[in-house]
Design a protein. Structure first.
Ligand SMILES: Nc1ncnc2c1ncn2[C@@H]1O[C@H](COP(=O)(O)OP(=O)(O)OP(=O)(O)O)[C@@H](O)[C@H]1O
Length: 227
């Protein structure tokens, strides 16, 4: 479902004399349907960079990334948006929303985007918010003023409303209490069971062991730096 071949990446810092930082070379990764792969490796090894490249946020220097039928490394911006709507969900660590949109609509939005009738989308959103213990009194409010943990749970609910065939998860259990952490691990397990291909960063080792089938150490793709 997700195929990465011989991927490399360098950042050019235009505002710092055009310095170039090589962060990845010869990265390969294949994630099948129903499989969860954890990206591991030291801080700065390139885990987030790889996730952002899969999502089409960062351009590749060489190599290819395919998600379903989309060749991300060759896709037009329009094709990337279609992929993000239909195929690839991304639960980032931080919630970014349009101000003043009520939480229930924030969570229902990915389903509305794929043509789900409003009532059904809102029912599914409500079900997830309830499972993630967001009090019903908050559903009509914008999540911008919510606590860090509440915002993270809204983000997770939003990432799991539509049954994306593939998912990127960036620290999905980071600031959660034990009860909500267990709910999130159940959601991940259920997504795998319905065939989602998942790539995640989990500093929570126990969570990683519970839901991930294997680990990929991205340090193996870090270019050897000249001394
Ligand atoms: N937008 C950017 N511009 C320049 N350099 C960047 C950019 N994003 C990441 N880097 C560099 O790429 C390298 C990899 O960073 P990345 O955030 O992918 O690491 P990570 O493995 O996710 O680290 P952590 O576990 O600390 O989050 C770092 O050296 C970082 O400085």
């Amino acid at each position: 479902m997700i195929e990465i071949e011989n991927l490399s990446k360098a950042f050019t810092l235009h505002n710092q004399g055009g310095a170039t930082i090589r962060v990845m070379e010869g990265a390969n990764l294949s994630v099948q349907k129903g499989e969860c792969v954890a990206l591991v490796g030291a801080s700065g090894a390139g885990k987030s960079t790889l996730m952002r490249m899969i999502y089409g946020n960062y351009l590749a220097e060489h190599g290819s990334i395919r998600v379903g039928r989309t060749v991300v490394t060759d896709a037009s911006p329009r094709d990337i948006l279609t992929m993000r709507r239909d195929v690839l969900g991304y639960v980032s660590q931080f919630l970014r929303v349009v101000p003043r949109v009520p939480t229930l609509d924030v969570v229902a939005e990915p389903l509305l985007a794929v043509g789900t009738p409003r009532d059904l989308a809102r029912d599914r959103a409500a079900e997830l918010l309830e499972r993630l213990n967001i009090p019903q009194t908050l559903w009509g409010l914008s999540p911008t003023t919510f606590s860090g943990g509440e915002q993270q749970r809204v983000n997770i609910a939003r990432g799991f409303t539509h049954d994306y065939p593939a998912l990127l998860l960036d620290e999905p259990t980071a600031s959660l209490d034990a009860t909500n952490r267990a709910v999130v691990l159940d959601l991940i397990g259920a997504a795998k069971a319905r065939g989602a291909a998942i790539v995640g960063i989990f500093h929570d080792e126990a969570a990683r062991d519970q839901v991930c089938d294997r680990e990929i150490d991205v340090t193996a793709f870090t270019p050897v730096r000249a001394a």
